[in-house]
Design a protein around this ligand. Structure first.
Ligand code: ZN
Ligand code: ZN
Length: 345
């Protein structure tokens, strides 16, 4: 009973499911029995294992998984606000707890930022130990798969769209309909906006419609800016969100936004070329980079999902057991799945 299964990446796309001792929660920590843990593109750097392999071989491999949810099994000494049996989603960032970012809940900006599933054991295992403060209680109505996906995709897009102040009077363009873009559609619809979804893949555009997108555009079939122009009666979009990380889409996001419009970049991209004068100075655009969300916003995010009945599970195309981890990561890497989730009994 004191062993658990957990995933490790030895590198070079190898996946092992190994036995670990079930960890003991120390002071201020809790042991969570994992019920769902979502895979994410950002796991792939560990999966390929390029840089990670060079680290000290004697160091224990880290269990991946930064999007888990589960039930609290045991609490360590001094734990005040979490108790056995609580249903929780887990926040991925740990910080010093003292600095201005930690205090405002933006732990990922802390100088001591450490990430569950990268620097510390993550959720692709039967159990995980986390600090009490990283446990975000979930509503009774919310299942664990929805909770796991809410810790990243939905949370990130909710945070971005509240920054953009999306409302019922807005037409919002979303570029790139993977799990992030799909989450963006749901959140925008929940906020009452009209949504224009842009993707090169027709099956993703079908998903977009299923999630409530009002219009879809495939850039292979029509001119994106002309179409947006038509849909908005020549005004331009009130807001645009890029979830693709493509330089072309980022440029189109800047181009399609109306004067005083708002743009958010969410898809990761190392470098691209833009035209600041034409694209945003002369339009007085507000352009945001957005990444994750502050921990204090989660209860609002969870309530929003429940209240608006967001179909979060539609983002999940595949469920796997932890024993199927090798297949899960292979299929995810080959883009044979969209959002994929490990589920546990
Ligand atoms: Zn993620
Ligand atoms: Zn800090």
């Amino acid at each position: 009973m004191d062993k658990m299964l957990g995933v490790v990446f030895p590198g070079d796309k190898k996946v092992e499911v190994k036995e670990f001792p079930i960890p003991e929660p120390k002071n201020g920590e809790v042991l969570v029995k994992v019920k769902a843990s979502a895979l994410c593109r950002s796991d792939m750097s560990l999966y390929y294992g390029d840089s990670v392999l060079e680290t000290d071989e004697s160091e224990e491999s880290i269990i991946p998984g930064h999007e888990p949810a589960g039930i609290v099994e045991k609490t360590g000494e001094g734990v005040k606000n979490v108790k056995e049996g609580d249903r929780v989603a887990i926040y991925l960032a740990l910080g010093c707890g003292e600095c201005v970012y930690c205090r405002s809940g933006y732990k990922m900006f802390c100088n001591d930022f450490r990430c569950i599933g990268f620097d510390l054991h993550g959720g692709d295992a039967e159990y995980i130990v986390v600090p009490e403060e990283n446990c975000m209680k979930i509503p009774d109505e919310m299942n664990y798969i929805t909770a796991a996906v809410s810790t990243d995709a939905i949370g990130t897009l909710y945070h971005a769209e509240t920054k953009l102040q999306i409302s019922g009077k807005d037409k919002v363009v979303i570029f790139g309909i993977g799990p992030m873009g799909g989450a963006g559609i749901m959140v925008a619809k929940g906020l009452g906006a009209s949504v224009i979804a842009v993707d090169l893949d027709d099956s993703r555009l079908e998903l977009a419609q299923d999630l409530g997108a009002d219009y879809t555009i495939n850039p292979n079939e029509s001119n994106v800016l002309n179409e947006i122009n038509k849909i908005t009666g020549g005004k331009g979009a009130d807001a645009a969100i890029d979830c693709s990380g493509s330089g072309i889409a980022e440029n189109q996001a800047l181009d399609c936004a109306k004067p005083h419009g708002k743009v958010a970049f969410i898809g990761e991209n190392k470098e691209t070329t833009i035209k600041p004068s034409k694209q945003f100075i002369r339009k007085q655009l507000e352009v945001y980079g957005s990444w994750y969300f502050p921990i204090g916003q989660f209860s609002e995010i969870a309530d929003f999902i429940v209240e608006k009945d967001l179909p979060v599970e539609k983002l999940v195309t595949h469920e796997f057991t932890i024993q199927e981890a090798e297949k899960a990561f292979r299929m995810f890497d080959n883009h044979e799945t969209e959002k994929a989730v490990f589920v546990f009994n």
